[in-house]
Design a protein around this ligand. Sequence first.
Ligand SMILES: [Fe+2]
Ligand SMILES: [Fe+2]
Length: 288
Amino acid sequence: MVKTHNLTVNKDHGYHSNKYSFSEIKNALSNSQPNAYNKRFIEQSLGKKYDDYWILNWDEGIVAADAHSPFIHEKIFNLMLEVAHRYKIKNFLHAGDFWNQDQFSSFWISKEDLISFSDEVSHSKKVVKSLTDNFNDVRFFLGSHDTRFWKLLYSIGKADEYNTVWDLLENKKIKTSNYRYCELNETWRINHPKNTVKVGGLPAIRMNAKFGKSIIFGHGHWQGFVFAPDGKHVLMAPGCLVDPERISYRSLWDTSHDQWVPGFVMIVEKSKFIIFNENSPYGIYLKK
Ligand SMILES: [Fe+2]
Ligand SMILES: [Fe+2]
């Protein structure tokens, strides 16, 4: 019947059969002259797109945070170097608050508690030199204290780059990031969050839900880990490199917050880890 009456349906819909990908359409729009149709769309927006945070392709590394130089806990810092040496770890990441910069604090600091900024810089130079002498890849991203100098400049109308303060260290081997987080291989999101996140609290669980990764969070100076509700991801506070007893506001005033714990974490085989503090069995860990 179809043949007899020549009822074959022509399946080629001509123009309407052509399928264009979104990028082809976008390209055509951006290259074409404005017309009644495409003039309704906007050009590319202004401003930097913040998508160039570090994704470190390390299998292993030491992750530490909150050194608050010059108030470093020298014992835990040196133990960290020994652990790195013993396990041939060549990557080091500091997750915010390397500097203390109380000189530019918006909180009240009494005169006897202040170290001059030039002393902070010269002590920090030695600390960073020690790091670059011991590790091949030494990286710092920003925390809450690292931008205090920058904030001061900004407040007097001299907006500067975040990098200025790192340049004072005169160490070309370090790498710094203006982000307050990075990712470490496909397992970890490491950050210095705006809010203080306690071990086991809901904010840590929310960060895991948000980023879909195990989280190592600085800023709180606490230490410990719990598994996320999925029993696979880990939510971890790595401890701090600062000596709690050298920080006046913590030492002069009681708080209900957990005590700060000097320590650090060693990542191995991408997703495995050991958390270290002063009570770790170094006799076992450092045994050859
Ligand atoms: Fe801190
Ligand atoms: Fe902080």
